[in-house]
Design a protein around this ligand. Structure first.
Ligand code: SAH
Length: 385
């Protein structure tokens, strides 16, 4: 049993699913990763949560009720997550099936890449052998993948005080496949690349960008070419930029897979944009999709400066009538902050911007209204004059 302070209880009553350690009044003898009942200071039950002995987020709710059959709950939550995707996902065989808190399965991420599943465990509770077995068997039964791979983020495991673990196949033998989204095909290697292999949260934004893209296009921070390959369907000439050579090698294989010719440049995006902008290089479409600059609140100011600089350079290069697709995946940069930073860049460059679309993460990465932390991706499609 875990007792939470009045502030913690109020947070839960508002529909949030986290209670921070500073709001835990008593957690005597609760084991790392345990399933626990949660009560307020007057012993009134508030539901059931997963406990972490390491994280600042001490408990993550899994139910507003008492839970007698945790295995059954896990299975039901997975079924609900799958059913939700069946309703909201179109034109792809690659999408997120389980998104942690947003699917009431805190600490579990499952992505589908055609016939392969990629799983990531982020918390003590999801890391036990018993829980893993239930998850794997339910996923296998419902989705019948060729294989299920576990990806490991050593930093996350360390922070959660979990023993080191190697990435491995939890089921099956297949380690690579081809998936498609919006009719564009991509190579997938179960144990290569960043995140679980692709930035699936951008899937719907690729399609949106493609709708407005024209002329000469530049995809900055292109990774495996998600935007670039979509833009190539509409642009006359597409260039992708990334600092990772392995990422660009996959991007090039993806271009061949789709019969496209795209120029890939290995460079630091900040340097390249500065040089190109100063040299008077022009484009009709520019995509900016940098990594999260603000990993915490403390470097928000630096992050905002980074976003401003990138957007300034892009605006300098965009021809009148051009399209700027500009993204931020930092949760700590709010949608308002982001719009403001882009507006300031436009002001400095004496350009007018119209918001064609104000977008967020794809629908298979649900946003829980009561849990603001589940909304992290911002993607503005802007018409530049
Ligand atoms: N647009 C991509 C995702 C981009 S993720 C997609 O939709 O798939 C961010 C990318 O930025 C990564 O591929 C990373 O290798 C690259 N990156 C990080 N820092 C960089 C820098 N300074 N210059 C260029 N690329 C960088």
């Amino acid at each position: 049993m875990v007792r939470v302070s009045r502030r913690g209880a109020n947070r839960l009553k508002e529909g949030h699913v986290w209670v921070y350690r500073s709001d835990i009044v008593a957690a005597n003898g609760v084991a790392p990763g345990a399933l626990v009942g949660v009560v307020d200071e007057r012993e009134k039950p508030l539901g059931t949560a997963l406990y972490s002995s390491a994280s600042q987020i001490a408990i993550r709710m899994v139910s507003r009720d008492a839970v007698k059959d945790f295995d059954g709950l896990l299975r039901r939550r997975i079924q609900e997550a799958i059913a939700y995707r069946e309703r909201v996902v179109r034109d792809t065989d690659a999408y997120r099936i389980v998104f942690s808190e947003a699917d009431f399965l805190p600490g579990l991420i499952v992505d589908r890449y055609n016939d392969l599943l990629s799983l990531q465990v982020l918390t003590q509770a999801m890391d036990t052998e018993a829980v893993r077995q239930v998850i794997v068997s339910e996923l296998a039964e419902r989705l019948q993948p060729e294989a299920i791979a576990e990806r490991v983020d050593p930093r996350v495991r360390e922070l959660e005080q979990l023993p080191p673990r190697s990435p491995s196949l939890l089921q099956g033998e297949k380690k690579s496949t081809v998936f498609s989204m919006n009719g564009v095909r991509f190579h997938h290697e179960a144990f290569e690349g960043q995140k679980t292999g692709a930035f699936l949260d951008q899937r719907e934004n690729y399609a949106a960008a493609a709708q407005y893209a024209h002329g000469e296009a530049l995809d900055v921070f292109c990774y495996h070419g998600g935007f670039a390959l979509h833009l190539a369907e509409h642009g006359s000439k597409v260039t992708g930029v990334d600092s990772s050579r392995p990422a660009l090698e996959v991007a090039d294989r993806n271009a061949s897979l789709n019969g496209r010719e795209i120029e890939w440049i290995e460079a630091n995006a900040f340097d390249l944009l500065r040089d190109y902008a100063n040299a008077g290089q022009k484009y009709d479409t520019v995509v900016l999709d940098p990594p999260a600059f603000a990993k915490s609140k403390s470097n928000l100011e630096t992050a905002l400066r980074g976003y401003k600089e990138l957007n300034l350079r892009a605006l300098k290069m965009l021809r009148p009538g051009g399209i700027l697709v500009t993204c931020s995946c930092s949760y700590h940069v709010s949608p308002t902050d982001f719009v403001e930073v882009v507006a300031h860049a436009a002001q400095d460059m004496h350009r007018n911007l119209r918001i064609v679309e104000n977008r967020t993460q794809a629908r298979d990465h649900p946003i829980l209204l009561a849990v603001p932390e589940t909304a992290y991706l911002k993607c503005l499609v802007l018409a530049v004059s």
